[in-house]
Design a binder for this molecule. Structure first.
Ligand SMILES: *Cc1c(COP(=O)(O)O)cnc(C)c1O
Length: 397
């Protein structure tokens, strides 16, 4: 069991705001500001370059990786942290293709975050050698896994609808067909129980700034099954992934284990923020997070459907088929979300018509869900989406 009253007290949330966007940018855990300040003053400021050894900056990617490993069912030593999810995806995709033999197809689905398809499109183009990206509908994936597929590259939770892929079953199916799997866990890590080891997943990547609350642009994580780490060769190499970075050898010789997934110098200030943010997970059981998240989202769906008839559920109705977010479709979704944010309930909007709400039990309770629906109902009843002020689009939606 997890004490959610205790975890809620670990976050610094602005008074009066109901934050339903922790799936996009996690809020600030209380210990982070102090830790970053300490890293700046006592480490960078006082130790100068000695911090790499004396404050053990050099080991932070693996230290933080091992903490994230516990949240995603990965064995110790199989996860490292650094770069963005996009860059890590490039690394694991090219690493997977390096051990995939003569097959050429990278299979993904059109519910994937377009970013991941951009990375894959350009990776297969750059590698040449006949590789191709094949994109099908999410429901069709299972049926087209055959012996042409080199790599199955999927995002477990759909960023728009929250639809959940069955990681274990699809991984098993891919393995049976002789394919390697890559899972993007951006909307899964910290949202639901994940068992990479149990599912026998080959590679995975995910975000530090969504449910893990590491701060804007926090470094991302990368997982590589032990079996592959000594063989797979990512097409992006740098000195931090070298077996002996300070030998300054002119040849690239990849390091042991997961360290070869590192490239350049780790961003220590962001890494310190993520490390401190991970403290909130101490003593948290992911099964209770999942149970609570479904309780919150079921309540939200029931209340919104009962009180806001214009909004149409875009997420799977069946709780077991959803991640930790709920989306509703509405033609004026953008303007409505702006009006809702002005009323103190922060969610977000995804084109063309999706209003997205994330449920994060560490700092949200049923009282917040009910307060959010009250304000949403008010926005809908007063047709606030018609106000011109809410039609103004900024760069980030
Ligand atoms: C958020 C997200 C990303 C983000 O990638 P960045 O490199 O951090 O911009 C990638 N993939 C998915 C599925 C995401 O949800």
């Amino acid at each position: 069991m997890t004490d959610f009253t205790r975890t809620r007290a670990l976050f610094d949330l602005p008074e009066g705001v109901v934050y339903l966007d922790g799936n996009s940018l996690g809020p600030l855990p209380k210990g982070v500001a102090e830790r970053v300040a300490r890293t700046v003053r006592e480490e960078w400021g006082a130790m100068l370059i000695r911090g790499w050894n004396d404050a053990e900056w050099i080991g932070l990617p693996e230290k933080v990786g091992n903490r994230i490993a516990k949240l995603i069912g990965a064995p110790k030593g199989t996860v490292t942290v650094g770069d963005s999810t996009s860059v890590n995806l490039f690394k694991v995709l090219t690493a997977a293709l390096s051990v995939a033999g003569t097959r050429c197809v990278v299979l993904s689905d059109n519910g994937n975050f377009p970013n991941d398809l951009y990375v894959a499109q350009e990776a297969v183009r750059a590698l040449g050698m006949g590789y191709e990206l094949k994109v099908v509908a999410p429901e069709a994936v299972e049926g087209v896994i055959d012996d042409t597929v080199a790599v199955l590259m999927l995002t477990e939770v759909d960023y728009r609808t929250g639809r959940l892929h069955d990681m274990k079953a699809l991984t098993a199916k891919a393995h049976k067909a002789g394919a390697i799997t890559i899972w993007d866990l951006c909307h899964s890590a910290g949202a639901l129980p994940i068992d990479l080891h149990g599912a026998d997943a080959d590679f995975a990547v995910g975000c530090g700034y969504k449910y893990l609350n590491g701060g804007p642009g926090a470094p991302a994580f990368v997982y590589c099954k032990a079996e592959w780490t000594e063989r797979a060769a990512p097409a992006l190499a740098g000195w931090m992934g070298h077996a002996e970075p300070f030998a300054f050898d002119l040849r690239y010789l990849p390091g042991d284990g997961i360290s070869r997934m590192r490239v350049g110098t780790p961003p220590i200030l962001s890494m310190a923020a993520l490390d401190a943010a991970l403290d909130v997970w101490d003593g948290v059981d992911m099964n209770s997070v999942r149970a609570r998240s479904l309780e919150l989202s079921e309540c939200f769906i029931r209340e919104v459907e009962g009180r806001c008839p214009r909004l149409e559920l875009a997420s799977p109705r069946e709780a077991a088929r959803r991640g930790s977010q709920v989306s509703f479709r509405f033609k004026h979704g953008f303007e409505t979300m702006q009006a809702l944010i002005a009323a103190g309930v922060i969610g977000d909007f995804r084109a063309p018509d999706i209003m997205r709400f994330g449920f994060t039990p560490l700092y949200l309770g049923l009282d917040d869900v009910l307060a959010a629906v009250d304000r949403l109902e008010d926005v809908m009843k007063r047709r606030l989406w018609e106000e011109p002020v809410y039609a103004v689009r900024a760069k980030v939606t």
